[in-house]
Design a protein around this ligand. Structure first.
Ligand code: MTE
Ligand code: MO
Length: 543
């Protein structure tokens, strides 16, 4: 192992990072043009999501909420920079180990890309480009590093080992090159190296920027979606009663606008599915396999329904819940065409990206509004909420029912098949638990003493909420006033007038369901099948 100076090590680490930025940028650019689903960043991120232990995913959601994906990408970026710096150092000390690390990183990307559920034929290309270009760039930069003998003959005399060396062997070189020229040459070498390194990184960043622009310009699905007009429903939902909306500032609106609807899924890159490419196949334990295309689906009598979706990862008091007006077709009718065998007890729905959910078959065949949804709040589904088609099933957490970009329903049995989250420590069944949440007053709003209102939402979809009680400072439970509920499949707003007095207060709420269940005080975590406990909030009231 050659001994190296601090400056050389620093330069090598910098060269590693610059080379990796170039490789990654060119990889992203390649992906944008030939394999949109196979961005090296996204495929490695997706693989991490799929292999991450359940607690890691929970921590990510608890820390970053619906920003968990951005956090993951930033994390990958930081790790990549670290590995790239190490690759540079390795190339300095043990060439060609650094190049090998770059190639290996590309190899990881290829593996991640090709093992995805919806891998395309060319999906290996972007990661190969990233790895190879990273290695080539590192090799070229290292060759320009001051202090490492360039191969060409002419600058050989300029390498610093010869500078000022007193040995006889170097005397000739020293004599033919006056010292100040050598010093200058060294400075020039250093500058050249810096310029090359910075230039390499800059080209990488430009390529990454280019890939973002290319993607934005070529979102065919966005264009198709925006031009789409959904048919008028054969069965329209009753208008939302005006009394369902209490209209209290800070209280969640009874219908959640699409733009603020929570988003949870394992897809780092939103799957791009055009209606023309979409079809749904119903197979497994059925008498007749059924396949339905987009045009066939839209020709069916579509029904509107209002259903509240909730994530099993929602903490007590959390906001991974939203309520929308959906347009879709009853899954029950399609299953009837397929004629499931009598011993089937589960439907494993599968998304184009490989995600799966296990729904009890009776939840899809009884009279509830379990639908294949195409519309959300009067628009086609937004891409990140499952365009063109997703499932919506009242009463079940999203992870066992609300499959987005759905392309397959496999009729099967719980003892024969397992869904995505079931293999990661979550329950195979996920009925929604009774919950209530305080929305106002908020902790930091600087509440003044006097007349105010405590308000929130409560839910247990497909069971319904009969009442909500509020407790102040550990006193008697008081009945809150419920707004009109849209249906038992939706959350309901509640409120209680309060004459706030100066000082610190503790507010709690608990709901009672239509079956008489009182929301339990017992605290349980989100995993394996949903959080329980009372939501409480400390409030300071000012004079
Ligand atoms: N394809 C796919 N569908 C999915 C998921 C997913 O990861 N992939 N996540 C599910 C989970 S856990 C929830 S809570 C809901 C969230 O739906 P939303 O993002 O439209 O709010 O989608 C469900 N459908
Ligand atoms: Mo979820």
């Amino acid at each position: 192992m050659a001994s190296t100076t601090r400056g050389q090590r620093f330069a090598a680490a910098g060269a590693g990072v610059a080379a990796a930025v170039l490789g990654a940028g060119l990889g992203e650019l390649t992906a944008a043009f030939i394999a949109p689903g196979a961005s090296p960043f996204a495929v490695i991120g997706s693989a991490l999501i799929d292999f991450a232990p359940p607690w890691a995913k929970e921590i990510a959601i608890q820390l970053f909420g619906t920003n968990d994906k951005i956090a993951l990408l930033i994390g990958i970026g930081i790790v990549l920079v670290g590995i790239a710096a190490l690759a540079g150092l390795a190339e300095l000390k043990w060439p060609p180990l650094g190049l090998a690390i770059m190639i290996a990183f590309g190899g990881v990307g290829v593996l991640a890309a090709m093992t995805r559920a919806n891998a395309g034929m060319l999906d290996w290309v972007p990661s190969v480009v990233a790895g190879v270009m990273g290695a080539v760039a590192l090799g070229l930069l290292m060759a320009r590093m001051p202090g490492r003998a360039p191969v060409s003959a002419a600058p050989a005399a300029l390498v610093p080992v010869a500078v000022g060396a007193g040995q006889a062997a170097d005397a000739e070189a020293a004599a033919s090159d006056p010292p100040q020229v050598q010093v200058q040459s060294q400075a020039i070498q250093r500058r050249t190296f810096l310029v090359w390194t910075a230039g390499t990184a800059a080209v990488g960043l430009l390529a990454a920027l280019g890939s973002t622009l290319a993607r934005a310009g070529s979102q065919a699905v966005t264009v198709v979606r925006d031009a789409l007009k959904l048919p008028t429903p054969a069965v329209a939902a009753a208008a939302v009663p005006a009394t369902a909306e209490l209209d209290i500032p800070g209280l969640a609106t009874v219908i959640t606008p699409n733009a603020s609807f929570y988003r949870i899924d394992t897809a780092l890159i939103v799957p791009q599915v055009t209606p023309a490419d979409w079809s749904l196949r119903i197979h497994g334990m059925v008498a007749n396999e059924v396949t339905i295309t987009w045009d066939e689906l839209l020709a069916l009598p579509l029904e509107e329904s209002v259903t509240t979706l909730t994530c099993v990862s929602n903490n007590v008091g959390g906001d991974l819940i939203g309520n929308a007006l959906w347009l879709g077709y009853p899954i029950r009718e399609l299953l009837a065409r397929a004629a499931p065998t009598a011993d089937a007890d589960m439907v494993l729905s599968r998304s184009i990206d490989g995600f799966t959910a296990s729904s009890p078959i009776e939840a899809l065949t009884d009279d509830r509004n379990a639908i294949l949804a195409v519309g959300m709040n009067g628009e086609p589904l937004p891409a990140e909420h499952g365009f063109p088609v997703r499932m919506v099933v009242p009463g079940l957490y999203g992870y066992v029912s609300a499959t987005k970009w759905v392309t397959e329903l496999e009729v099967t049995r719980f003892d024969k098949a397992t869904a995505y989250w079931t293999t990661r420590g979550w329950s195979e069944r996920g009925p929604i638990k009774l919950q209530s949440r305080i929305d106002v007053p908020r902790r930091q709003q600087g509440l003044k003493a006097g007349e105010t209102v405590i308000a929130g939402v409560a839910w247990q979809q497909h069971v319904g909420v009969a009442g909500v009680e509020v407790q102040l400072d550990e006193g008697e439970w008081q009945q809150a006033t419920l707004a009109t509920s849209i249906s038992d499949d939706t959350w309901v707003q509640w409120s209680l007038a309060w004459t706030a007095t100066e000082g610190d207060h503790l507010i709690r709420c608990r709901a009672t369901s239509r079956t008489g269940e009182v929301q339990t005080q017992e605290v349980s975590r989100t995993d394996p099948d949903g959080a329980t406990g009372w939501h409480e909030r400390f409030i300071t009231v000012f004079a």
